[in-house]
Design a protein around this ligand. Structure first.
Ligand code: PSU
Ligand code: MN
Length: 347
């Protein structure tokens, strides 16, 4: 009898300890794989509006030092709209949710180094495992990677720039961003400006429908047919599957999901502010040339998106950068307003 009690007691203690380690993201050997900042942890416990921010835009999008200023701007936009920013990325081999100013600068300044990875869902166990094994890499998390970690942390709202999608010719190459499958299985709401038209936008929307991910475009008072945006331009020419008028409606949709923990992701498209949009003919010419060069020079798979983004930047002689910045600013402000509305529904 005594030994049975003893064994039960021992077993329950190990279960409790294992759960604690898992919660903290620390292995039994005390090795970190995942860490949430105290500020983010506290905000989530107190139903404050937390907004996730990705880091591939810093490591593989904007060059240093523009990426550092962008990273700091986005955090301050969240704060000035009443939210708590949670920048997500991999620093020294550890998945981090919420970074200090110094940590944010450290991650952004490692952009462009060969050891700084672009981390989508499939790359997470690799980079975290390497961290445990002693090779401590940095990584910028894509939308998929960021959604995965945001949901682990309990964050529902995420603001960013452009979504990955089905690449042109994707029906043959099967080059489809893991962002889309992540939206199919991870209940996090992403606020973005749609996707760039170097992707196949009609097929991207078809794929999201198959994945069960709701796609909405902010109408902001416009009536009639509302089209899904195409990043630099407000109109992709493709009708948006669904429409929301404002942040409160978006928050209500997110709120409704809390009754179904295994629901899908939600995509809210916020068209680029009119005054920053780039004429369609100008951007289309640059995109077509970049896509052609990527094919000729053999940039496939995960190297395709960064190559095309860099070429668009060059071909538009840097004209695309202010537009890119402006739309991310706008998305992050909208994401924060959505998170604020969501916290009201939760009261
Ligand atoms: N598209 C953009 N800007 C970006 C990205 C895509 O216009 O910065 C980044 C995002 O992090 C996105 C990722 O999640 O690229 C998609 O990469 P891939 O197509 O390899 O999944
Ligand atoms: Mn791809």
């Amino acid at each position: 009898y005594f030994s049975v009690v003893h064994q039960l007691r021992y077993a329950s203690k190990s279960v409790v300890a294992a759960a604690k380690y898992r919660r903290l993201g620390v292995s039994k050997l005390g090795r970190d794989v995942y860490r949430k900042s105290d500020e983010v942890e506290h905000a989530l416990l107190n139903n404050q509006p937390v907004v996730a921010l990705e880091s591939t835009i810093y490591t593989h999008g904007f060059p240093y030092p523009d990426n550092v200023s962008l990273a700091l701007e986005l955090e301050s936009i969240v704060r000035s709209n009443g939210g708590i920013p949670a920048t997500i990325g991999i620093l020294d081999g550890v998945a981090r949710v919420g970074l200090s100013r110094e940590e944010l600068i450290a991650l952004a300044s490692s952009a462009g180094k060969p050891d700084t990875m672009k981390v989508s869902r499939r790359d997470l166990p690799y980079i975290l495992g390497m961290g445990i094994a002693g090779r401590k890499l940095n990584g910028g998390t894509t939308i998929a990677g960021t959604m995965f970690l945001a949901q682990r942390a309990g964050i529902k709202v995420f603001g960013t720039g452009g979504l990955g999608g089905v690449h042109r010719g994707g029906q043959d190459t099967m080059d489809i961003s893991a962002d889309l499958t992540e939206l199919g299985r991870t209940p996090v709401a992403v606020i973005s400006s749609g996707c760039k038209s170097f992707l196949d936008i009609p097929r991207t929307l078809e794929y999201l429908e198959t994945q069960g991910a709701g796609v909405f475009t902010f109408a902001d008072g416009r009536s009639g047919d509302i089209n899904f945006p195409a990043f630099y331009t407000r109109d992709s020419g493709v009708k948006s599957p669904m429409v929301v008028q404002n942040e409160r409606e978006a928050a209500a949709i997110i709120f409704s999901q809390q009754f179904f923990p295994k629901s899908s992701g939600l995509l809210f498209a916020n068209p680029i502010p009119e005054e920053h949009s780039i004429p369609k003919a100008e951007i289309d010419a640059a995109i077509d040339q970049a896509v052609q060069e990527a094919a000729e020079q053999g940039f496939h798979g995960h190297a395709n998106t960064p190559f095309i983004l860099a070429r668009i930047k060059e071909l538009t002689k840097g004209n695309s950068i202010p537009a890119n910045r402006a739309l991310i600013h706008s998305n992050v402000a909208v994401a924060t307003k959505v998170a604020v509305e969501l916290s009201k529904f939760r009261k």
